[in-house]
Design a protein around this ligand. Structure first.
Ligand SMILES: [Zn+2]
Length: 487
């Protein structure tokens, strides 16, 4: 364990490489289905098996999704990009090379904003986004003779990917976690990938080095490979930063290498030395022409670009007068944000709909261990409840009781309200008595009303509704209040 004083002498520098599988129906360069799983080696053809004479044909949809992803992270599109062969030998790569992009990727110079330790926005640069194809899989276990054999499944071969490479702008494991969270959110909003980390649709490698804060040159970096959750990446970076500082403090030097995270032990292990840098012998792919995405095609593709999470939160904060935290809750997924907005626009007070969701609904969901999508109370039910609260027909106590009943019985609000709604007072005499009471207690508002400010009537309606515990017949109440005030 290193002391805080020693840790404070060093500055970590982190860059992230994220591989994202695109949600196309078919693979990048052939017509095979692009689908996770399946019987091994059934989603294959001569092209993705790399058989002699087979030729790749680029999937138009993959290009469109790559352009959408690029724009969503603020990248510039290169009008003419070039596919290249990245040559290396591996059993799950039958062609002996991966079709990728090298010096002319489809997009460059983007960025994502993340909150820094103080909560202020910090811009993390994105060097490039390039297109490539995935390799197959080596299956090291799951078979009776797995002890002595490794099996190969080529179903994943040729799956379209984009690789998104960040600038070394990230300074803490928390910033890395935020960057990944925001990136995933943007990709999900844009619909280019399902980002399912368990199935490998989103994979991350992290480059990390440390340097003395007094130094101006970055230290030697190590690469932490294939960590399958954002929390583990944060833990791996925390471990790796301390490990490297310890090496330097004890007079050693950090070796440039790839390391694997072992979650059970909470540490990284050396995987292979990168001292002799890989020579992938990149050269332009001779079987594919240059990829040209002209202005017209770009404009066509960008019609599918939705409002992005950060912009949407900013707009919703202004439009519904809500907090940043509320906005985070409401925009957790694009689907929920869409449903919320459609509902809120029909409500008397969108602000009240938000507060019902953030204060009453999320608390009950958490207690019942339910996701928003599993809520017994629909958004339409929340809007109904909010409108009843807004008009004063439901006291906040009554509202809570009704929602409790909804959760206890697994029923929507409309059904419970119809059954348990408070008894209405439709006795004009009883309502008039309450109106007299409120008028007597608020001479200033009466004066305003009689001075011509007719909107003050709503104040009296609200007060009487409260006094009646939400039980006064609203139509009758409105009529009587106007009558009394005009008298
Ligand atoms: Zn194929």
């Amino acid at each position: 364990m290193l002391s805080p004083e020693i840790l404070a002498k060093y500055q970590p520098v982190i860059g992230l490489e994220v591989h994202v599988q695109l949600l196309t129906a078919t693979k990048a360069f052939c017509g095979c289905v692009n689908k996770y799983g399946g019987e091994p080696n059934t989603h294959v053809c001569p092209v993705c098996l790399g058989l002699p004479g087979a030729l790749p044909v680029l999937n138009r949809k993959a290009v469109e999704l790559a352009v959408l992803a690029s724009k969503a992270i603020g990248c510039e599109i290169r009008e003419t990009s070039i596919f290249a062969r990245k040559n290396y030998f591996y059993p799950d790569l039958p062609k002996g090379y991966q079709i990728s992009q090298f010096d002319k990727p489809i997009a460059e110079h983007g960025h994502i904003n993340v909150p820094d330790a103080q909560g202020n926005p910090k811009r993390i640069g994105i060097t490039r986004l390039h297109m490539e194809e995935d390799a197959g899989k080596s299956l090291h276990d799951g078979y009776a003779d797995s002890v002595s054999r490794t099996y190969i499944d080529l179903n994943r071969c040729g799956t379209p990917l984009v690789e998104i490479v960040s600038e070394p702008d990230i300074r803490t494991p928390d910033e890395a976690f935020e960057y990944l969270t925001r990136l995933k959110e943007i990709l999900l909003y844009t619909g280019v990938s399902d980002c399912n980390m368990e199935e490998g649709s989103l994979r991350c490698d992290a480059n990390v080095s440390v340097m003395l804060k007094t130094d101006t040159r970055f230290g030697t970096k190590a690469e932490v490979k294939n960590v399958n959750s954002f929390r583990y990446i944060r833990a791996a970076l925390e471990y790796e930063i301390e490990r490297q500082i310890e090496v330097l403090e004890s007079g050693g030097r950090v070796v440039q290498e790839s390391r694997l995270w072992n979650n059970a032990e909470g540490r990284t292990y050396s995987m292979r030395s990168k001292e002799q840098a890989h020579d992938y012998r990149y050269f332009p792919e001779p079987d594919l022409p240059a990829l040209v995405v002209g202005a017209e095609w770009q404009a066509e593709i960008l019609k599918a670009l939705p409002e992005l999470p950060e912009a949407r939160r900013a707009r919703m904060i202004a439009e519904y007068d809500i907090t940043q935290q509320d906005a985070m809750t409401l925009t957790a997924t694009r689907e929920f944000a869409d449903k919320f907005e459609a509902a809120a626009r029909k409500a008397k007070s969108p602000r009240r709909v938000v507060s019902l969701i953030t204060s009453e609904l999320t608390g009950r969901l958490k207690a019942a261990d339910l996701e928003l999508a599993q809520s017994p109370v629909s958004l339409a039910g929340i809007v109904q409840a909010a409108d009843l609260a807004e008009s004063g027909e439901l006291s906040s106590k009554m509202l809570k009781q009704l929602l409790d009943a909804c959760f206890a019985e697994g029923k929507d609000f409309a059904e419970i309200y119809e059954r348990d709604k408070p008894q209405q007072i439709s006795d004009a005499g009883a309502i008039e008595k309450m109106i007299d009471e409120v008028i007597a207690a608020n001479p200033k508002q009466v004066e305003q009303y009689r001075g011509g400010k007719k909107t003050v009537a709503a104040f009296f309606v609200g007060q009487v509704m409260r006094l009646s515990k939400g039980q006064a017949n609203p139509a009758l109440l409105n009529e009587l209040v106007t009558k009394k005030l005009d008298a």
